[in-house]
Write a protein that binds this ligand. Structure first.
Ligand SMILES: O=P(O)(O)OC[C@@H](O)CO
Ligand SMILES: [Mg+2]
Length: 203
């Protein structure tokens, strides 16, 4: 674990999560999942949402169909296909979260190396960021959920360990890194990588 009581950490590098942290995209997943569940006369609640957030698509899909008890009627793969059609039209409208550009621009201007580590795969990443290319260009590197080095999604530490390795002069020691996260799975992933975490608290 990175947090050793009495020791003062020296943070030199920052890793950002994307969905729900830099981009206001979690609401899209919620919206389409509510629509799908309504067909089964079920409601999508926060405890299920919390279990899905931050995970790779197929991992989140398995949680969805299993936790709701609909896996006999809808497979994880079919759920993803149905969800995809709706998400495709929503993602290009993705907005930045309040303060996201200010924080990224500030860190970049101060020369703090920053990168992105998201569970989103390449196709979704491109759709979500198509209006925010200039900002995401400030990232030193970007690690996506379908990266070959990310064998398992969050809460596995894979994505954050790959992100730490790819900084200039990497791998950067976990105690020098701060991760910004919004999801329980992401917080566990950072803890599993021994990295300090800054949480986005939901009001
Ligand atoms: O890791 P993040 O960027 O939150 O992305 C996960 C995403 O696919 C939805 O929760
Ligand atoms: Mg997130």
């Amino acid at each position: 674990m990175a947090a050793v009581s009495g020791e003062r950490p020296t943070i030199t590098h920052v890793i950002f999560d994307m969905d729900g942290l830099l981009l206001d995209t979690e609401k899209f997943y919620t919206e389409v999942q509510e629509i799908i569940l309504a067909r089964f006369n079920k409601t999508f609640d926060w405890s299920l949402k919390a279990k899905m957030m931050g995970k790779k698509a197929i991992e989140a899909a398995r949680v969805f169909v299993e936790e709701t008890g609909i896996s006999d009627s809808l497979s994880a793969e079919d759920f993803l296909e149905e969800r995809e059609a709706m998400l495709q039209s929503l993602f290009p409208t993705s907005e930045l979260m309040p303060g996201a550009s200010r924080l990224i621009e500030h860190l970049h201007a101060k020369g703090v190396p920053i990168c992105l580590a998201t569970g989103s795969h390449r196709r979704h990443f491109e759709l979500k960021t198509q209006r925010h290319g200039e900002l995401f260009k400030l990232m030193h590197h970007i690690v996506l959920g379908d990266d070959p080095e990310v064998k398992q999604g969050k809460p596995s530490p894979d994505v954050f360990l790959a992100a730490a390795r790819r900084f200039e002069g990497g791998p950067i020691g976990s105690q020098k890194i701060l991760v910004f996260e919004d999801a329980p799975a992401g917080v566990h992933a950072a803890k599993n990588a021994g990295i300090y975490i800054a949480l986005r608290l939901i009001a």
